[in-house]
Design a protein around this ligand. Structure first.
Ligand code: ADP
Length: 399
């Protein structure tokens, strides 16, 4: 029997098929540019006998329901998934669970209604997640489905950390508060860190840094998330590929008055045209790193701003936690970009965080230990695997 995991973004769909016995990966896939003039799909099958096999397809993929049908066709055509009855369960990453969902749940009509009610809080993501659930329900009726919420891990954050200093009735009436995102990743890597260090998760103070196109930090105190950098939406906090992260909200009033930009334009500016891209015109860290190394001033500045913000959050979370046992880097940048890691942690030795530059530069698959022997705080690089975490939680729920 198999477990299928779906991770739908606003214009993409990632999926992984696991063998239920040992949670080994049978196939992974990605469908991108959903809703664009031309969409692309890629499926990689791990075959016991032939090794890896890749299949690619380019065609118009108008919406998420077409994407899911294409995914099922690709899986069937490539014989990873002969009969849909082989499916024991389907796990969905659902971006926004609001205050209703503190943990994963088996999907029922009531759960779908609750996820739909939260659409105003995640207008790009929750509709795609609901489509995924409904298409699967129609294609494979009766197969249990589980929703794993990106926000759930952060529901343990105390009120003084999740409330904004706005009139309290805005929280009561509109639920304006910090929710936090990337929860599945922060949960996965922090638990992995405890297992790697051979310590009880419930006894460790951990700072996790998920640095990808989207980026966020979390402070985890004895197994409970107590703060995170993303807020009411994923726009707050660290500098990201195209998102500004923290800024003075008065900039928006000023820009509206001075330039006549409307709400849609300001939204686009902060979410799509800012961050690394806003500073140097590029949001791919590999390119930015190369350009900065070649002496290009603007990419170097983008890097400095990106790393300085991370450093400030690490400092803040060291204060929140009263010191940390471990800092974890993950995400495309956190796992691979040695220069970013070094820049973020520079000069933190007196705070007990001492990076070993040589270990930081080594390339090892899997978990990497990059702290100095004398560092009070361990520093780990842990590849994230949100789909594996979703598969595990789906298995736990469906029994
Ligand atoms: P997403 O948030 O879209 O899942 P990822 O976690 O895949 O993003 O991270 C994407 C970022 O990781 C990009 O900025 C990319 O340039 C960067 N990245 C990926 N591989 C490397 C690498 N080897 N060195 C530096 N940066 C990398």
């Amino acid at each position: 029997m198999k477990i299928l995991v779906l991770n739908a973004g606003s214009s993409s769909l990632k999926f992984k098929l696991f063998n239920m016995i040992d949670l080994s990966v049978l196939a992974t896939g990605m469908i991108e540019q959903i809703g664009d003039d031309l969409g692309h799909a890629k499926l990689t099958c791990n075959d016991d006998t032939d090794g890896r096999q890749e299949t690619e397809a380019s065609q118009v993929i108008p919406d998420h329901s077409s994407a899911i049908r294409l995914m099922i066709t690709l899986l069937q055509e490539n014989n990873v998934f002969g009969d849909v009855n082989e499916l024991a369960g389907v796990g969905h990453r659902v971006v926004h669970g609001g205050e209703d969902f503190r943990k994963p749940v088996i999907i029922t009509d009531t759960v779908i209604r609750s996820i739909r009610k939260l659409v105003p809080l995640a207008p790009l993501h929750n509709p795609a997640n609901i489509t995924g659930i409904e298409v699967v329900m129609a294609k494979v009726p009766g197969v249990p489905q589980v929703a794993v919420f990106d926000t759930a891990f952060h529901q343990s954050i105390p009120q003084h950390a999740y409330l904004y200093a706005l009139p309290y009735k805005l929280y009561e009436e509109y639920k304006i508060r910090r929710y936090g995102f990337h929860g599945t990743s922060h949960a996965y890597v922090s638990k992995k860190a405890a297992a790697y260090l051979n310590c009880s998760y419930k006894e460790l103070k951990i700072i996790t840094l998920h640095l990808g196109n989207g980026a966020s930090a979390a402070a985890i105190d004895c197994g409970q998330c107590v703060d995170t950098s993303m807020g009411f939406t994923p726009l707050e906090g660290l500098v990201m590929g195209t998102r500004s992260g923290d800024l003075d909200p008065a900039i928006l009033f000023y820009l509206a008055r001075e330039t006549g930009m409307d709400l849609g334009e300001l939204d686009n500016l902060l979410n799509k045209e800012s961050g690394l891209k806003g500073i140097c015109g590029n949001n791919d860290m590999r390119t930015i790193g190369k350009m900065a190394a070649a002496g290009d001033a603007q990419p170097l500045l983008a890097l400095e701003i990106f790393c300085y913000r991370i450093k400030k959050y690490i400092g803040a979370y060291l204060a929140v936690l009263g010191g940390a046992d471990c800092v974890v880097f993950t995400g495309g940048i956190g796992e691979n970009d040695t220069k970013t890691r070094a820049r973020c942690l520079q000069g933190m030795e007196k705070l007990g965080v001492a990076l070993d530059l040589e270990k930081n530069d080594s390339q090892i698959d899997g978990i990497m230990e990059i702290h100095r022997e004398d560092s009070l705080c361990k520093i780990l690089v842990i590849p994230t695997d949100e789909e594996f975490e979703i598969a595990t939680q789906t298995m736990e729920l469906i029994g």
